[in-house]
Ligand binder design. Structure first.
Ligand code: HAM
Length: 438
């Protein structure tokens, strides 16, 4: 039988040598979100298919071409979530949070699934950090979620990601815009791809987001929504910009941002790396909750691709915390020493130390070689003499220096002190990231 050793196309394994980087960006994002009053929500990886049809929209690429949809054993149509907003909105409605104190502010880290052409920075399984704010209509709410996204980037050391913003209006002003778009695209009807020919009648704005190069070229010269905004939408956009200006958050207005999902209204934004990769995207969706059968409450948020964020950080040479290391390798020699070392390792781990100990039954020489491979900072060998005296030698694996230490409380105290000193140095180093930003 042949080995199954290849993951499906468009998926990635996160191996132990890099998972700590994921934990770092995820914890940073969740913690900054908490500072802004957003608290974590966890929703299922699959939902009823019609949730995404109704929210993301029937004419989007995501719904038409990219969803992982299947019938479950009970005959229901189920879809793996292609994004995080719809599930969060559904949960906020289902559990009545929207009827409590407003706004409801949630954050999440989710895996998402889209059957896309896989390429660098575009996967079929990917992860989003996101926030959603339900029940806030004022323009300062838009500025707040944008500021949150920017602060996350800044705190991981990314200062050259550009903020692009646009307004795509509301259903009132969009009706007039749709007419203008239809008139424009009608003259290219024969040239558009099959999907866009259908979109021309049903939802011409979606043509602006088509990935086909031919449609893209035609769309580049199409009328822009900014020229059709109604007075309240234009005023809202002006106030969002006013807040960003006041907080000195630099941005550029990009009238070509339309976003690939149907629920957006008014403000939309994208954070774009110097290489042109969209690290995060979001905006307002004032009609979404109602579309899902809830009250007429507005909403807004953004999603940040974790894979893309890490990729851009690596390209920019951002610093990560040091890879986790083993504080101590305990090497027992003989049966009596094994149980003593096991008890010691358990006590030290309870005290927060990272301790490894021989679970393979290696010779002392092989254990030392393994400790070296692990990158253990210190080793202690425990044999009959150490068991009898209760004193052993703590060896610094970098300098080769040794010092005597009692196997009771002394080992813990000494190790704790050395680890604290190292942690403080690590924090100081990471903070220098922020200090450089100013
Ligand atoms: P989105 O623009 O489709 O928006 O995705 C948000 C982010 O997820 C993108 O900017 C990108 O970083 C990442 N992303 C999307 N597709 C892929 C992929 N195939 N591979 C890798 N990364 C990807 C949304 O999903 C909205 N739910 C965002 C939102 C939240 N809007 C309001 N609230």
């Amino acid at each position: 039988m042949s080995l199954i050793t290849q993951a499906p196309r468009g998926t990635q394994d996160v191996l132990p040598d890099s998972s700590y980087k994921w934990q770092y960006v995820e914890q940073t994002a969740l913690s900054i979100a908490r500072d802004f009053g957003f608290h974590e929500i966890r929703t299922p990886v699959f939902e009823h298919t019609n949730l995404f049809q109704r929210s993301v929209g029937e004419t989007t690429d995501v719904v038409q071409k990219e969803m992982y949809t299947f019938e479950d054993k009970g005959g229901r149509s189920i879809t793996l979530r292609p994004e995080g907003t719809a599930g969060a909105a559904r949960a906020v409605l289902e559990h009545g949070l929207i009827n409590g104190a407003l706004p409801v502010k949630v954050s999440y880290i989710t895996s998402c699934y889209r059957y896309e052409k896989s390429q660098k920075g575009r996967y079929r399984e990917f992860h989003q950090f996101g926030v959603e704010c339900f029940g806030a209509l004022a323009p300062q709410a838009d500025a707040e979620v944008i500021a949150l996204a920017m602060q996350i980037l800044k705190s991981v050391g990314l200062t050259d990601v550009a903020l692009h913003i646009n307004s795509i209006g509301c259903p009132t002003c969009r009706a007039r815009y749709h007419e203008a778009l239809k008139a424009y695209f009608a003259s290219y009807a024969e040239t558009l791809c099959g999907t866009c020919q259908d979109r021309l009648a049903r939802n011409p704005m979606r043509i602006l987001d088509c990935k086909s190069p031919v449609c893209g070229e035609i769309a580049a010269a199409a009328p822009v929504m900014m020229d059709y905004l109604c007075e309240p939408c234009a005023a809202h956009f002006a106030q969002v910009k006013g807040c960003l200006d006041a907080a000195e958050i630099p941005y550029q207005v990009d009238t070509h941002i339309v976003r690939g999902l149907d629920y957006y209204t008014r403000t939309v934004f994208e954070l774009v790396s110097p290489q042109g990769l969209v690290v995060a995207g979001g905006g307002r969706y004032d009609g979404l909750l109602q579309e899902l059968g809830g009250p007429a409450q507005p909403g807004l948020g953004f999603g940040m691709g974790v894979e893309r964020l890490l990729m851009v950080m690596e390209e920019a040479g951002c610093r990560f915390p040091a890879a986790p290391q083993c504080d101590l390798y305990l090497a027992p020699m003989g049966e009596a020493a094994v149980s003593r070392c096991f008890a010691l390792a358990t006590a030290l781990r309870e005290g927060g130390m990272t301790v490894e100990f021989d679970v393979v039954g290696r010779s002392l020489k092989a254990q030392m070689k393994y400790a070296d491979k692990l990158g253990a900072r210190y080793t202690v060998v425990v044999g009959d003499a150490e068991l009898e005296s209760g004193v052993a030698k703590l060896k610094d694996m970098t300098t080769g220096e040794t010092e005597e230490v009692s196997l009771d409380g002394g080992l813990y105290t000494l190790l704790r002190q050395k680890t604290l000193d190292r942690e403080l140095a690590g924090v100081a180093d990471l903070f220098s990231n922020v200090a450089e930003i100013g």
